[in-house]
Design a protein around this ligand. Structure first.
Ligand SMILES: [Zn+2]
Length: 377
């Protein structure tokens, strides 16, 4: 006869097969191995660690390794991931960023706290920090040239269509005014060296500018991020009337396709190879001397194969000078761009992502960006 624990264990395994329970309730990672027996959700190991930091709300156990009480299993049976979603995600705004298992710790932790601890999506009045269309406060901003973080006042105003920051506390004129239309925001904790580090990029005169900010409080930083997304959403709703919300939501913020060091040479291919930090943002391949530079040194537009763009492994046989071993050639209608990677793995990854961009047909508005690049000196 099966022992009581075996019966309980079998019952738990049956629950895992129910709709919704096969993926982590918080980040969607497949095959959850942990469960919160106070919230009634099945979660992955990584999210279970976050739950442990909120013991007043959530208590977790291993599904397979910890002993379970009958009453706990029955509670899990009466709730589960789908029921929890219906309860805690009643009123998630369309623009609100819902993280996946590949997102940084901050986004996943704040998502868990917003739902279960602060109940932000049950009580809409708690969404005011990112839903009001106006937000101001201080953020630590990395100095453009010295790399030192200084406290700066930021104002996000949907009415003005801009995010501004001020250098002096009593300054009337902002140091910079970034149009919401051109803003992108992406969490970059590793690159910035702060777990709450957010990179904000914007276009000025069609050149990309970067600023790097953080707030000590994780909630504040994620509120800023979602306030920027809300502002972008409302801007796009006006700019593209009749567009479906789902189509707009995918355009609110972009993660970079790939970042890392490669070597590059100039247009004559005789200038010698220089190591640069590359960022592939949609069809723009930007390069920087340092990952935290304020401006891109240059950009390469990558169109589609139909418009004359090709990605090839290796370098032309005439290539001179010392360079990393693993070459990549991007052929554009105007010229060839030569890059060199340190390892074969890096070369393969870059080629795969370039290929992905080249295989994608161009959108009408992307031709305008391409035209700009062609006329760039
Ligand atoms: Zn998870």
């Amino acid at each position: 006869m099966a022992s009581e624990q075996e019966t309980i264990r079998r019952r738990m395994l049956e629950l895992l097969d129910r709709a919704g329970n096969g993926v982590c309730a918080d980040c969607g990672a497949p095959g959850p191995e942990w469960a919160s027996f106070t919230l009634g959700v099945f979660v992955c190991q990584s999210c279970s660690g976050i739950h442990r930091n909120i013991p007043q709300i959530s208590r977790v156990k291993s599904i397979f390794l910890d002993p379970w009480e009958n009453s706990e299993v029955e509670f899990m049976a009466s709730t589960g991931n789908s029921a929890a979603k219906a309860k805690y995600e009643q009123k998630v705004p369309a623009f609100y960023y819902c993280p996946t298992h590949t997102d940084c710790q901050l986004l996943r932790e704040q998502w868990i706290r917003a739902r279960y601890e602060r109940n932000e999506f049950i009580y809409v009045e708690r969404q005011e920090p990112y839903s009001a269309g106006y937000r101001e406060g201080f953020l630590w901003k990395r100095g453009r040239d010295n790399g030192q973080f200084l406290s700066r006042k930021f104002i996000l105003s949907e009415r003005e269509g801009a995010l501004k920051y001020f250098n002096k506390h009593d300054a009337r004129e902002p140091k910079a005014s970034m149009k919401i239309q051109t803003i992108n925001a992406t969490f970059q904790p590793t690159k910035i060296g702060n777990p709450h580090g957010l990179q904000i990029t914007y276009l000025k005169d069609n050149s990309t500018r970067n600023i790097f900010v953080y707030h000590e409080d994780g909630k504040e930083m994620v509120d800023w991020f979602n306030a920027i997304r809300a502002a972008r959403f409302h801007y796009l709703q006006v700019a593209f009337p009749g567009a479906h919300d789902v189509d707009l939501v995918s355009k609110l913020t972009r993660n970079y396709i790939k970042e890392g060091y490669m070597e590059k040479t100039g247009p004559k291919h005789t200038e010698g190879f220089k190591k640069r930090w590359f960022t592939l943002d949609d069809r723009r391949l930007m390069y920087f001397k340092d990952p935290l530079d304020a401006y891109a040194r240059g950009e390469v537009f990558i169109g589609s194969k139909e418009s004359g763009y090709t990605v090839l492994p290796g370098l032309p046989s005439s290539t001179q000078g010392y360079h990393w071993q693993f070459g990549i050639t991007i052929v554009t209608p105007d010229r060839k761009f030569l890059f060199a990677c340190e390892t074969e793995e890096e070369q393969k990854e870059w080629i795969a992502v370039f290929q992905g961009v080249v295989n994608r047909p161009m959108l009408p508005q992307e031709y305008a960006v391409e035209a700009h690049f062609k006329h760039k000196p």
